[in-house]
Write a protein that binds this ligand. Structure first.
Ligand code: ACO
Length: 355
C-alpha cells in the first residue's frame, strides 16, 4: 500500500472517530424553592445568634423552608422536573433516566427518584437515588454523563434536592443557621459538538465521617426512644474540622482541573462552587487566582441546600451563560466527598432564562 493511500485511510478513520465522539451536555435547567423564608432575625428568636454573626461567618442572609405536613424532598424535585420539561419542550415519556441526588429522601425506600418520576409522569424512565452529601450533584452529573456516553441513553435528568430542615436541629446554633431547602433539575443530552462535560475528578474519603454525619436512623442505629431523646436524628458537624478540609480539598481539586486543561484564570467564565460558606468559596477562588466576578454566589439567598446549591446557582446565573463558556463546578461535602467538573456550556442562557 502506498504512503498516500495509508495517509488517506488514517485521515478517514480519524474523521469517523471525531464524528462519532459524543459529549454529554446540560441542555436545560429549572429549580424549585419553597415560599417560606427563614431570616437571620427569625433564627435569632429561636437560638442565641444574631444577623451579624451569621453574615460575617457564613455569608447567609436567609434560607427557604418547606412547610406542610407530609411534604418531602420529592415535593420540590417534582415541580423542578415538570418545569424543566416545559422549558425544554421535552415530553415526559422521552426521559430515559432520572437520578435524584439527596441526603434527605422522602423515605428510606423507595428511592425519592422513583417518587419524583411518578409525580412528574416519567413513565419510561428508570430512576434511582445517589447520596454523596454536598457533592451529590456533581457525582450525579458524572454518573449521568457516563450513561449518555455509553450510547444507551439519550435524555437523562439529574435532580439535586434536599429538605435540610427535616434533619436540622433548630436548638443547635452551630448548624441551624447554615441550611435551607430547595431543588434544581438539569437535562443532559448527547451532543457531537465540542461542548458539555469535558472532564470530572471525583473523590471520597469515608474516614471523614466522624466530623459530619447523622448519628441515628440508619441500619447501624435504628430509630428508638433513646435516639430521639438524644437528638441523634439531626446533622452532627464539627464545623472547624470540616471547614479546613473543605477549603483545601475544594481549592486543590479546582486548581488541578485548571492546570490539567491549561485553563488560565482569565479564560475561565465561571466557577460554580458548592454554597456552604462564603469564606470557603472566597478561599477557593483566591487559590484559582480568579476574580470574584467570575464566581457564582447565591448563598445569601438560600443558605446551604446541600444537593441543590449548584443547580440553583446555574439557574440564577443562566441568563449570563454563553455557549462555549468554560465553567468549573466544585463541591465538598459529608463523607467526605469532593470533586470538580469542567464543562463547556452548551447554549446561550439569555434566550431561555426566564422561561
Ligand atoms: N451564632 C453565634 N455564635 C455562634 C454560632 C451562631 N450561630 N455558632 C457558633 N457560634 C460560636 C461558637 O459557639 C464559638 O463560640 P466560643 O468561641 O465561645 O466557643 C464561636 O462562635 C466560634 O465557633 P466556630 O465553630 O469556631 O465558628 P466558625 O468560624 O468555624 O464557623 C461554621 C462555624 C460556619 C460552621 C464553619 O466552621 C463552617 O462553615 N464549616 C464548614 C461547613 C461545611 O462546609 N460543611 C460541608 C457541607 S455540609 C454537608 O455536607 C451536609
Amino acid at each position: 500500500m502506498s504512503g498516500k493511500i495509508k495517509i488517506a485511510i488514517l485521515a478517514a478513520c480519524k474523521n469517523k472517530e471525531n464524528m462519532s465522539k459524543i459529549n454529554a451536555a446540560i441542555t436545560g435547567i429549572s429549580t424549585y424553592v419553597p415560599d417560606y423564608i427563614l431570616t437571620n432575625d427569625e433564627l435569632s428568636t429561636m437560638v442565641d445568634t444574631n444577623n451579624e454573626w451569621i453574615l460575617s461567618r457564613t455569608g447567609i442572609k436567609k434560607r427557604h423552608i418547606l412547610k406542610g405536613e407530609g411534604k418531602g424532598t420529592s415535593d420540590m424535585g417534582a415541580p423542578a422536573v415538570l418545569q424543566l420539561l416545559k422549558k425544554t419542550g421535552t415530553k415526559a415519556e422521552d426521559i430515559d433516566l432520572l437520578i435524584c441526588t439527596t441526603v434527605t429522601p422522602d423515605m428510606q425506600f423507595p428511592a425519592t427518584a422513583n417518587i419524583i418520576a411518578d409525580k412528574a409522569g416519567l413513565k419510561n424512565a428508570f430512576s434511582f437515588d445517589l447520596n454523596a452529601a454536598c457533592s451529590g450533584f456533581i457525582y450525579g452529573l458524572q454518573t449521568a454523563r457516563t450513561y449518555i456516553l455509553s450510547g444507551l441513553y439519550k435524555k437523562v435528568i439529574v435532580v439535586g434536592a434536599d429538605k435540610m430542615s427535616s434533619i436540622v436541629d433548630y436548638t443547635d446554633r452551630t448548624t441551624c443557621v447554615l441550611f435551607g431547602d430547595g431543588a434544581g433539575a438539569v437535562l443532559l443530552e448527547p451532543t457531537t459538538e465540542n461542548f458539555g462535560i469535558i472532564d470530572a475528578d471525583l473523590h471520597s474519603d469515608g474516614s471523614g465521617r466522624i466530623h459530619l454525619h447523622q448519628k441515628a436512623g440508619g441500619s447501624a442505629k435504628p430509630a428508638s426512644h433513646e435516639t430521639i431523646d438524644a437528638r441523634e436524628h439531626y446533622i452532627f458537624q464539627e464545623g472547624q474540622a470540616v471547614f479546613k478540609f473543605a477549603v483545601s480539598r475544594m481549592a486543590d481539586v479546582s486548581v488541578d482541573m485548571m492546570n490539567k486543561h491549561h485553563i488560565k484564570p482569565e479564560d475561565l467564565a465561571w466557577l460554580v462552587p458548592h454554597q456552604a460558606n462564603l469564606r470557603i468559596i472566597d478561599a477557593t477562588a483566591r487559590r484559582m487566582r480568579i476574580d470574584p466576578k467570575q464566581v457564582m454566589i447565591n448563598i445569601q439567598e438560600y443558605g446551604n441546600t446541600t444537593d441543590a446549591t449548584i443547580p440553583l446557582c446555574l439557574h440564577d446565573y443562566e441568563k449570563h451563560l454563553k455557549k462555549g463558556d468554560k465553567i468549573i463546578l466544585s463541591a465538598f461535602g459529608g463523607g467526605f466527598t469532593w470533586g470538580a467538573i469542567y464543562m463547556k456550556w452548551a447554549y446561550d442562557g439569555a434566550a431561555v432564562a426566564d422561561r
